[in-house]
Design a protein around this ligand. Structure first.
Ligand SMILES: NC(=O)c1ccc[n+]([C@@H]2O[C@H](COP(=O)([O-])OP(=O)(O)OC[C@H]3O[C@@H](n4cnc5c(N)ncnc54)[C@H](OP(=O)(O)O)[C@@H]3O)[C@@H](O)[C@H]2O)c1
Length: 258
């Protein structure tokens, strides 16, 4: 990770839950939070991969807790928030990042089960995460939430109707919740990354080399790196963005403004 030192001093010793911390953007954000001095709760299904990230945080002097979470199962989401609060005393913020790409096929060839599967992870997962995080933050005096949407929340890509639909939903629920809780001290935003070098983007583009080739002609000339999404997430979680809520922050090297 580049730029190991951040200036987000108010994150120090606060507690943040990161869903999907086992890989890609979630792992990079968990690490960045740890390096910023925060207590980090890393949650995903692949807990060994979360432990690898947690080990790096602890080696740097930080505190990390790993939890087994499947965002498709409401009870595991509820328990994750409960365990995070039980371990660190309170929850100050969360990065609801867990997500899947799902099938890539023309809409009329997509089954009900395939559609529901993507919506369950990407929308219901974010809904349940916010539901329990917000309830906890209301009782402890506030916090900040960042949901991971995508540029697919506002522009369409043919062949991925379930993903597109789900990410529009993530931005929608972000905006509604932001309105509901700002006065109670909870800010809620989303990040909308363009293609980022992670297993998901490699899957979407048919491999690392195809991703590189596809992005060579983009305004930025390359895909983003996970740490280039992590730092804006820290900004949105920190008090530096105290009047910022309900926004979807596009982070795409100019991909969508061309
Ligand atoms: N990469 C991009 O180009 C890009 C662009 C825009 C937005 N995004 C968004 O960024 C987020 C992270 O994706 P990524 O690119 O970092 O991909 P990734 O490396 O494949 O990571 C996906 C993460 O989501 C977790 N996850 C998936 N299903 C889960 C479930 N049911 N319960 C708990 N965790 C689950 C995975 O953990 P386990 O498998 O261990 O459970 C993994 O940690 C996603 O929401 C994605 O839509 C990515």
């Amino acid at each position: 990770m580049k730029n190991r030192h951040t200036s987000f001093e108010d994150l120090r010793r606060k507690t943040y839950l990161v869903t999907g911390a086992s890989s890609g953007i979630g792992a990079a954000t968990a690490l960045a939070l740890g390096y910023a001095g925060a207590n980090v709760v890393l949650a995903a299904r692949r807990i060994e991969a979360c432990e690898e990230v947690a080990k790096q945080i602890r080696t740097a002097g930080g505190q990390a807790l790993v939890l087994d979470l499947d965002v498709r199962v409401e009870e595991t989401v509820r328990q994750s928030v409960e365990k995070a609060v039980g371990h660190f005393g309170r929850l100050d913020g969360a990065f609801n990042n867990a997500g899947v790409l799902g099938v890539s096929r023309p809409l009329h060839e997509i089954s009900t089960e395939e559609m529901e599967s993507v919506l369950r992870t990407n929308i219901m997962g974010v809904f349940w995460s916010m539901k329990y995080e917000i309830a906890s933050m209301l009782s402890s005096g506030g916090g900040a939430i960042v949901n991971n949407a995508s540029i697919a929340a506002s522009v369409a890509f043919p062949g991925i109707a379930p993903y597109n639909t789900s990410k529009h939903g993530v931005l929608g629920i972000t905006r509604t919740a932001a309105l509901e809780y700002f006065k109670q001290g909870i800010r809620i935003n989303a990040v909308c990354p363009g293609p980022v070098e992670t297993p998901m983007a490699e899957l979407a583009f048919g491999g690392k080399e195809h991703l590189k080739a596809a992005m060579a002609g983009s305004p930025g000339g390359r895909a983003g790196r996970p740490d280039e999404i992590a730092r804006p997430v820290l900004f949105l979680l920190s008090g530096m963005s105290s009047y910022l809520s309900g926004q979807g922050l596009t982070i795409d090297g100019g991909f969508t403004v061309q």
